[in-house]
Design a protein around this ligand. Structure first.
Ligand code: ATP
Ligand code: MG
Length: 380
């Protein structure tokens, strides 16, 4: 008899011929979190199993954060031949519980001599005899006691939801434009959840934004990176470009010209590191630079797809995800980012592409290459 984690996966099921590839990635990611806890991981019978960890609760929490996992149940694994011993263990597991229960029995081993219905009825009866304070309710039980007969027998009462999504690295590689705000860490996390591995780029306007603002961004990258193997952040010196836009171009276009410069630089960095898309935290209509016209004017300077997973999110929806994934408290620390310093009083919401392009003629395009050149890369 031993304690194990039963680990179920979700959408990987849909993968047809690619399924072995997705499964291998998923098992590798589970191994990555389980091995440091002293455990081993194996795949059998359309399930992942983990055993041997000293701290089962920590192990379960870590596995629940692996993208691609649907749910996790801490279970007791036993030899299946002695049904009385299984009932005994079930009684031990239920002894400190209160309220109503139902036994759910299943057997994938159809040669097992007792039918599922008989197993459930007998086990339920034994529990009632031994623990008269409990009651059976087959419609709305407080406790679901599960018995599964596979190569071994498994008993469990809890099922913890995982995050769902796809295994990290199966969805390609993306470059996240990471500011210090609430939105972009959430956007990056959403793409990671679909299996995209991330690098991040941050535009830093020293001395208009200070060291603490930079540290905040690196901390956000570290938190998001915990969900999948860490994130590299490319910190781009952006001050010269912002000052030049500020000095030479109409104020109302300041934000959009800056965003277009960010996109150009990001695409160059993405090409260098082998990323296939850019990701931003923009949401339609949230601010002046996120109207449909403004978004097309920033898209038009790059050829790579730009993914905006929050495009239809309300701010409150985004905040709820930020709280769940652990970035919110860091995001609301009050350090300015480079955009707030240079924000125009009356930004253009319906920009004309022609006017933007005219304004850009006054800018020194060599500054874009210089910014890429002077980028510093930090592993978070
Ligand atoms: P966030 O909360 O992510 O900062 P926001 O609603 O404040 O977003 P903006 O400041 O207009 O919106 O930025 C829109 C998007 O542009 C951000 O979500 C992010 O992807 C990118 N971005 C903005 N500032 C920076 C920066 N300094 N470095 C990298 N990316 C940035
Ligand atoms: Mg911002």
């Amino acid at each position: 008899m031993r304690d194990v984690l039963l680990i179920r996966f979700g959408e990987v099921y849909l993968k047809g011929l690619n399924r072995p590839y997705f499964l291998k990635k998923l098992v590798d990611h589970v191994k990555h979190v389980i091995r440091p806890l002293g455990g081993t991981v194996w795949l059998s019978d359309s399930r992942i199993y983990a055993a041997g960890m000293e701290d089962m609760t920590l192990a379960r929490e870590k596995v629940c954060r692996v993208f691609g996992i649907h749910s996790v149940s801490p279970a007791v694994e036993m030899e299946k031949d002695d049904f009385e011993a299984l009932c005994h263990e079930a009684i031990r597991m239920m002894a400190d519980k209160q309220g109503t229960f139902k036994v759910w029995a299943r057997r994938s081993d159809k040669r097992y001599p007792i039918s599922s219905m008989d197993m459930a009825a007998t086990m339920g009866g034994r529990i009632l005899e031994a623990l008269p304070h409990l009651k059976v309710d087959v419609h709305h039980p407080d406790i679901d006691l599960n018995l599964e007969i596979r190569d071994f027998a498994y008993l469990y009462t809890e099922k913890y939801p995982g995050l769902g999504g796809m295994p990290m690295g199966t969805g390609g590689k993306g470059l996240l434009l990471l500011s210090g705000g609430i939105d972009s860490p959430v956007a990056g996390w959403q793409m990671m959840k679909r299996g995209v591995s991330l690098d991040a780029v941050h535009f830093f306007s020293f001395p208009y934004t200070g060291e603490r603002a930079r540290e905040k961004v690196l901390e956000l990258a570290r938190i998001v990176g915990e969900y999948g193997g860490g994130i590299r952040v490319h910190v781009v010196p952006f001050t010269d470009i912002q000052l030049e836009i500020h000095e030479k171009c109409p104020e109302e276009y300041g934000t959009l010209l800056m965003r277009r410069a960010m996109m150009r630089i990001s695409q160059k960095i993405a090409e260098k590191i082998g990323a296939q898309c850019l990701i931003t935290g923009e949401s339609l209509g949230q601010v002046a630079s996120q109207t449909m016209e403004a978004l097309s004017s920033t898209d038009s300077v790059v050829t790579m797809p730009v993914f905006r997973p929050l495009i239809a999110y309300d701010k409150l929806d985004t905040i709820a995800v930020a709280e769940k994934i652990g970035t919110y408290q860091t995001s609301i620390l009050p350090y300015e980012d480079c955009c707030t310093v240079f924000t125009p009083r009356h930004p253009a919401t319906h920009p004309s592409l022609k006017k933007l392009e005219e304004a850009e003629k006054r800018l020194d395009s060599a500054l874009i290459d210089a910014a890429v050149e002077n980028t510093e890369t930090v592993m978070c």
